[in-house]
Design a binder for this molecule. Structure first.
Ligand code: PRP
Ligand code: ADE
Length: 179
């Protein structure tokens, strides 16, 4: 991977101390999106890494996973499937509840969005505890989809999400790390 692009991406992410709660160092990906150069470099690195690997769908998690998943799916020439917070998807859904770094939440997916022929790439902006992506992987597998790869712009390795996902058989790619 291009080291200049990786440095550009990391340097474009602002940190907000004590947001949304005291003690949380919030890594704000909106500052990356504000830089056309950094946003473009992010998608280009992901496309180069995942093209020609046979993925049939990209799944992105609400909300910030959409910002990277949709452009990546377009570039890879495959469909994009949103995993959303409860009550947002109009067709039949299945759901999973999970723990966050700061709270608890539930995620849903349309039951007809993934099938047994799908080889799925999961993407989100940030990996912390891995709870969001563990729930997402369970949803995809429950629908019969194959999922063995997850991509993140940011990883917080000290929180342990990477190990949690590896234990689920998921190979993790993250473009930058923060404490
Ligand atoms: C954040 C972030 C990831 C998740 C990472 O989303 O965008 O999706 O937390 O945490 P984890 O690895 O501990 O699960 P959040 O739930 O705040 O939702 P939002 O994107 O809708 O703000
Ligand atoms: N989601 C969970 N932990 C986070 C953090 N430290 N910064 C940004 N988003 C997050």
């Amino acid at each position: 991977m291009n080291q200049d692009s990786l440095a550009l991406i990391k340097n474009s992410i602002k940190t907000i101390p004590d947001y949304p709660k005291p003690g949380i160092m919030f890594r704000d990906v909106t500052s990356l999106l504000e830089s056309a150069e950094a946003y473009k470099a992010t998608i280009a690195i992901l496309v180069a890494h995942y093209q020609s690997k046979g993925f049939t769908k990209v799944v992105g998690t609400e909300a910030r996973g959409f910002l990277f998943g949709a452009p990546l799916a377009l570039e890879l020439g495959v469909g994009f499937v949103p995993v959303r917070k409860p009550g947002k998807l109009p067709r039949e859904t299945i759901s999973q509840t999970y723990e966050l770094e700061y709270g608890k939440d539930t995620l849903e997916i349309h039951t007809d969005a993934i099938n047994a022929n799908d080889k799925v790439l999961v993407i989100d902006d940030l990996l912390a505890t891995g709870g969001t992506i563990e729930a997402t992987v369970k949803l995809i597998r429950q629908l019969g989809g194959e999922v063995a790869h997850a991509a993140f712009v940011i990883s917080l390795p000290e929180i342990g999400g990477e190990k949690r996902l590896q234990d689920l058989g998921i190979e993790v790619l993250s473009l930058c790390e923060f404490e």
